[in-house]
Design a protein around this ligand. Structure first.
Ligand SMILES: NC(=O)c1ccc[n+]([C@@H]2O[C@H](COP(=O)([O-])OP(=O)(O)OC[C@H]3O[C@@H](n4cnc5c(N)ncnc54)[C@H](OP(=O)(O)O)[C@@H]3O)[C@@H](O)[C@H]2O)c1
Length: 272
C-alpha cells in the first residue's frame, strides 16, 4: 500500500502527510492512547489539539512520554483574546505536552468581527503569539474560524501562516476560500472533513442497515483530499479502527472527478 502523500503547509515551509488526526474527542475513549499511537505508527504526522479540548493535550503528552520521542507535528490553540492570556496558554501547553516547542499555535474559533478586533489589537492574542514565536516557543501562527468573512481577512492580511476551516461535502462553501489561501500561500487545515460526529454516526447506522449509496466516510475523505488547496485533513477519531480505515483511504484513493464531487454533495444535502 503506498504511503500518505505529502503537501506543503503554506509558507510555514513544513511538509506533512495530507491526512492528520483531529484529537478533539480522542481523549473521550477507553482506546485513546492506542488511537493516537496507531495514527503515528501508520505515518500520520500532524495532530490537532487545543487548550480547550479537555484532556487532549494531556493525552498527547502521555503518548510522547510512552514513545520516548515526539515524532509528529503538534498544532494547538488558544481561546484567549489577550496577549498575556495567549502566552499563558502556550506555557500551559508546553508543560502539559512535556515539550519545549510547538510547531503551530492557532487562535481558536475567531468567528465574529469583535473577536477579530480583540485578538488583533496591540495587546491582543496575536501579539502574544508573535512574542512566543520570537522566543522560539512556537514555530508558526495560524487561526481557526467558522466565519467566511473572517477567514477571508485572515487569508489576505498577510499575518497568518495557516487557516483552519470547515470543508466537506456537507459544507462546500469554503471552496473559494481554499483557492484564495493557495494563492496567498496560506496553509489550509480542513476541520470536520467527514461532517462531524452526528452525521458520521447517522451514516454508520444507515450503512449498517444496508445503505449502498456514495455517502460513506471513505468518499467524504476522498472529497476533501481531492482538493489540491487543502494542506491537511484532520478527521477526528476515538477508535483505532477509524484511523486504520482513514489511512487506508488516504493511501490509495483516486481523486474524485467534479461530477463525483457534485454527486456526493447532493447525497450529503439529502441526509438532513
Ligand atoms: N477550531 C475549531 O473550532 C474546530 C471545531 C471543530 C473541530 N475542529 C477540529 O477538527 C477535527 C475533526 O472534527 P470533528 O471530529 O468534529 O468532525 P469529523 O472529523 O468530520 O468527524 C469525526 C467523527 O467521524 C467519525 N469517524 C472518523 N473516521 C471514521 C471512519 N473511517 N468511519 C466511520 N466514522 C468515522 C469519528 O468517530 P469516533 O469518534 O467514534 O471514532 C467521529 O465521530 C477535531 O478533532 C478538531 O481537531 C476544530
Amino acid at each position: 500500500m503506498p504511503g500518505l502523500k505529502h503537501r506543503r503547509l503554506g509558507r510555514t515551509g513544513m511538509s506533512v502527510g495530507e491526512l492528520g488526526l483531529g484529537a478533539m474527542d480522542t481523549p473521550h475513549s477507553p482506546e485513546a492512547i492506542q488511537t493516537v499511537t496507531t495514527a503515528l505508527d501508520l505515518g500520520i504526522q500532524f495532530v490537532d489539539t487545543a487548550r480547550d479540548y479537555e484532556g487532549s493535550e494531556h493525552l498527547l503528552g502521555q503518548v510522547i512520554r510512552q514513545r520516548g520521542k515526539k515524532d509528529f507535528v503538534i498544532a494547538s490553540k488558544t481561546f484567549s483574546h489577550s496577549a498575556s492570556g495567549s502566552q499563558y496558554d502556550i506555557d500551559r501547553s508546553l508543560k502539559v505536552l512535556g515539550v519545549e516547542h510547538i510547531e503551530l499555535y492557532q487562535l481558536h474559533d475567531i468567528s465574529t468581527r469583535q473577536a477579530w478586533d480583540e485578538v488583533m489589537r496591540e495587546d491582543g492574542a496575536f501579539a502574544g503569539l508573535k512574542t512566543a514565536r520570537y522566543r522560539g516557543l512556537i514555530g508558526h501562527i495560524g487561526i481557526s474560524s467558522h466565519d467566511l468573512d473572517i477567514l477571508e481577512l485572515a487569508i489576505t492580511c498577510g499575518e497568518f501562516e495557516t487557516v483552519m476551516l470547515e470543508y466537506s461535502a456537507f459544507f462546500p462553501v469554503t471552496r473559494p476560500l481554499i483557492e484564495r489561501a493557495a494563492h496567498h500561500d496560506v496553509g489550509v487545515i480542513a476541520m470536520r472533513p467527514l461532517g462531524g460526529s452526528g452525521r458520521t454516526s447517522t451514516m454508520r447506522g444507515s450503512i449498517a442497515a444496508g445503505y449502498a449509496g456514495p455517502l460513506t466516510p471513505a468518499n467524504l475523505l476522498r472529497y476533501v483530499l481531492s482538493n489540491p488547496g487543502v494542506s491537511v485533513a484532520i478527521p477526528g477519531a476515538r477508535y483505532p479502527a477509524r484511523v486504520i480505515e482513514n489511512v487506508a483511504t488516504a493511501s490509495g484513493y483516486a481523486p474524485m472527478t467534479n461530477a463525483e464531487q457534485r454527486e456526493l454533495e447532493d447525497a450529503a444535502a439529502a441526509l438532513y
